[in-house]
Structure formats: C-alpha cells, structure tokens
Design a protein around this ligand. Structure first.
Ligand code: C5P
Length: 246
C-alpha cells in the first residue's frame, strides 16, 4: 500500500449486500438502514423473491446493485440489461469472460437505458475471475496458461475496452485494475471487514480505510453489517473508516 494519497481520493459509497433467502428478511434489514443506503440484491434473493423485491427497494429510495453476473449470447445479455434498467437498478454485474460482443451489446443497452428510479442510468460492472478460483481451479476451467492475476488484468482491460463502466475486484486488485483501465473505471470491492471482525469464508479481507486508499468506488459489505446487533451502527462505522460520512 502506498501512503499519503488517502486524503486525495474520493470517498467510496458503501453497498450493503442483502444476502437473504427471502424478501421479508431482506426488506426487514433494509428498513434498519438509513434512507438512501445502497443495497445489493444477489442471485439467492433474486431467484427467490424476483424483480418485485428490487422494485420495493427502489420504491423505498434505495439505489440497487443487481448482482446477477450475466453471461449469455449478446442479444440475451442486452435484453437482461434493459430489463434491469427498467426495474430501476443502478448497477448490474456481468462476466467479462462473455467476450467482447456480449460486453459491447450490454454496454450499448445500458448506455441508452433510461432507468426507472432517480439517479441516472444503469452502470455495468464486470466480474473478471471469481475470487473463489485460484490458479489451479482457473487452469482446470480454461486449460493451462495464464494465472488469475494476469487473467484479472486482461479481462478488466477487455471490459473497459468494450464500454463497460467498471469491475468487481478485491482490494488487493483494485490499484492494478485502475492502472490498466484508468482512474475513472469504477471498482467495487467485496471482502470488507472491520478491525477485529470475523473473516467468515472470505480468503482475503481488507478494512474500509484500505479499500478507500486503494481507490475503490464502492465497498460491498455483507455480514459485517447485516450480522451485527445494530446494522445501522455497523454501517456508520464502515462509512467513518472509509471516510464516507456526511
Ligand atoms: O458477507 P460479505 O461481506 O462477505 O459479503 C460479500 C458480498 O460480496 C456477497 O454478497 C458476495 O456474494 C459478494 N462478492 C464477494 N466476492 C466476489 C464477488 C462478490 O464476496 N468476488
């Protein structure tokens, strides 16, 4: 980590991951967070509760990050992007490994999307290499060749060259992704833990201040907030440590 630049970087947004199996629990958690807090709806909640839960969250004023990791032929991927925009989602993930044609079709669909909520068009974040894959697991999928580090840089460059707005990356990868794709390329970092917090199943965790110093635009935080006795207080702590209060 290089020091000294912390004061110069823009404070990130904190996004609370609503990793719950049903709408009731997700909406109950959202109601314990301040108005306007970013929330993430992932595959578990979306598969169980569907677009209705997204509409309800958007209706309550939460900007929604829809983490559906789209990976399909260009026409279908672009259709998914349009549907997400109509729902009012503000961020949507897709796999960079879907290739240039898919990424460009998705970016084109997002660029012309109007969105249903307030606050601007849908932005797309690329998933490069899942953080659950190590070099051996990646080689098993792709054949022998590049390791994960090289693949993350290559896929991030492909995404940014195809018009995608940003990527999901660990705090450890954040600087490298920005170096390859430019400072304006958005980076969302999961694996955030408060000092003394449980790492759970995450292999590489970082504190909110480290994520900010690395230039992260969004901090994706699940259990450090949602499993806390007082989620609102935990969110405030994350925001304070990330310099995102005010
Ligand atoms: O509870 P925790 O803070 O570990 O949750 C992190 C969130 O970020 C989860 O919703 C998880 O699916 C997501 N995520 C991740 N690692 C990635 C991509 C997404 O942890 N590489």
């Amino acid at each position: 980590m290089s020091g000294g630049e912390e004061g110069a970087v823009k404070p990130p947004e904190v996004i609370v991951a609503l990793d719950f199996p049903a709408a009731d629990a997700a909406l109950a958690m959202a109601s314990r967070l301040p108005e306007g807090t970013w929330v993430k709806v992932g595959l578990e909640l979306f598969t169980s509760a569907g677009p209705a839960v997204v509409e309800r969250l958007v209706g309550r004023g939460h900007p929604v990050f829809l983490d559906l990791k789209v990976h399909d032929i260009p026409n279908t991927a672009a259709g998914a992007v349009r549907s997400a925009a109509r729902l009012g989602a503000r961020l949507l993930t897709l796999h960079a490994s879907g290739g240039r044609a898919m990424l460009e079709a998705a970016a084109g669909a997002a660029g012309t999307s109007k969105g249903a909520g307030s606050g601007g068009r849908l932005r797309l974040l690329a998933v490069t290499v899942l953080t659950s894959l190590d070099d051996a697991a990646l080689a098993e999928v792709m054949g022998r060749g590049a390791g994960t580090e090289e693949a993350v840089g290559r896929l991030a460059a492909l995404a940014s060259g195809s018009g995608i707005d940003g990527a999901v990356a660990s705090v450890a990868e954040c600087r490298a992704v920005k170096a390859v794709c430019g400072a304006d390329f958005l980076v969302a970092t999961p694996g955030i833990r408060l000092a003394g917090g449980d790492a759970h199943d995450q292999k590489r965790v970082a504190a909110p201040g480290e994520a900010r110093a690395a230039g992260a635009d969004y901090l994706v935080v699940g259990r450090a907030i949602t499993a806390a006795d007082d989620p609102g207080a935990a969110l405030r702590r994350v925001m304070e440590e990330a310099g995102a209060t005010g």
